[in-house]
Write a protein that binds this ligand. Structure first.
Ligand SMILES: O=C(O)[C@H]1O[C@H](OP(=O)(O)OP(=O)(O)OC[C@H]2O[C@@H](n3ccc(=O)[nH]c3=O)[C@H](O)[C@@H]2O)[C@H](O)[C@@H](O)[C@H]1O
Length: 331
């Protein structure tokens, strides 16, 4: 079995590739750029075999040729532009082209090639930013995408529904929320870095940070997100097409920052008012909590890392990887 991962050089893609290689699987990665050098080096030591190909996910014929050459049997599609409203004012067509054109091209190639399963990395963004704080967002909760990126994820699910029915593609969508953890770095294609990444960057720099509010959510550790997506890819069968992948671990970025302050003594954090660099929490309110009940009932937990486990893992990982992704300010 060879698994194709698109967006393999990005944050979520790197976690998926590493997870699959650690299980000894053969992976072909497609992205518009190579893996970061440190990932290339590290993945070479894992039991599975990796081939990286720089290609355009919108080019259906190239994708189909790659699938044929490498006997691809399953696909995870993670390539995307995670744009915000500012980028979309001038580059909306790029987001639509990559997120919808790319999805359609890869899914269509997968259907023609006859892959056994196609997993689409979708997002809680489809519910919009105005959901009531801490309300549980189940799969059928009303959608209210607030920007073109969010709309592209929701529309992407609908495209798969049509394509799946007409072309006989076995597809599944896994919706992620607030992913943080190893391998996050600035690709220039995601406009808001996870608040954990923002806080870690400031802590690494020994700076002061200010949070507008504590920022409670079920932030999803990237190791757990990769594991849940790989379950959707490899499970012998699935009862549903769409799964919300929220975890039971609800904590605040304020909680994370307290732990950071213990780890980096020069780092300070204030909540509400403060002189420190602001941490962007994605919006004016915490909003709903993505459910994981459907997935859990069918496959087991959507994650195993609570706040402390994730914190210890990530700090150890950063120390072993030269604080990959985190930038020091010029000051
Ligand atoms: O949080 C989310 O909701 C998002 O999380 C994930 O994005 P991240 O991994 O965080 O983004 P990032 O680090 O920027 O990597 C983008 C990758 O795409 C590749 N990419 C992109 C554009 C393109 O034209 N071609 C291409 O190969 C590019 O080379 C790189 O390999 C999901 O995959 C996304 O679908 C969305 O759900």
């Amino acid at each position: 079995m060879t698994i194709l991962v698109t967006g393999s050089s990005g944050f979520v893609g790197l976690n998926i590739v590493e997870h699959l290689l650690a299980e000894g699987r053969n992976v072909v990665g497609i992205a518009d750029r190579d893996l970061p050098a440190i990932a290339r080096f590290e993945f070479a030591g894992l039991p599975g075999h990796y081939i990286g190909i720089v290609a355009d996910v919108r080019q259906e014929s190239s994708i189909r040729r790659i699938m044929g050459e490498h006997n691809v049997t399953r696909v995870i599609h993670a390539a995307a532009i995670t744009s915000n409203a500012a980028r979309e004012r001038t580059q909306a067509s790029q987001t639509v082209g990559v997120n919808l054109g790319g999805l359609t091209a890869v899914a269509s190639a997968a259907a023609q090639h006859g892959v056994e399963r196609f997993v689409f990395v979708s997002s809680n963004a489809i519910f919009g930013g105005g959901t009531p704080d801490y309300e549980l967002l189940h799969e059928d909760y009303p959608k209210n995408p607030g920007n073109i990126y969010a709309l592209s994820k929701w529309t992407g699910e609908m495209i798969l529904e049509k394509l799946g029915a007409s072309a006989g593609l076995d597809w599944v969508a896994g919706r992620l929320a607030g992913v943080f953890g190893p391998w996050e770095y600035r690709t220039g294609l995601r406009d808001t870095m996870n608040p954990v990444f923002q806080a870690n960057t400031l802590a690494f720099d020994g700076a002061a940070a200010t949070l507008p509010r504590p920022g409670r959510s079920n932030w999803h550790f990237s190791r757990d997100a990769a594991s849940a997506l790989s379950t959707l890819l490899l499970a012998p069968a699935h009862q549903h097409r769409i799964y919300n992948l929220g975890t039971p671990y609800v904590w605040s970025i304020g909680d994370w920052c307290e732990r950071l302050a213990g780890h980096f003594p020069q780092f300070t954090i204030s909540v509400g008012e403060g002189e420190g660099s602001p941490i962007d929490l994605y919006g004016d309110s915490d909003g709903g909590i993505l459910s994981g009940a459907r997935f859990t009932e069918e496959f087991g937990p959507t994650g195993t890392h609570d706040l402390d486990a994730a914190f210890d893992h990530l700090m150890n990982w950063h120390e072993a990887h030269g604080f990959f992704g985190l930038e020091r300010s010029a000051a």
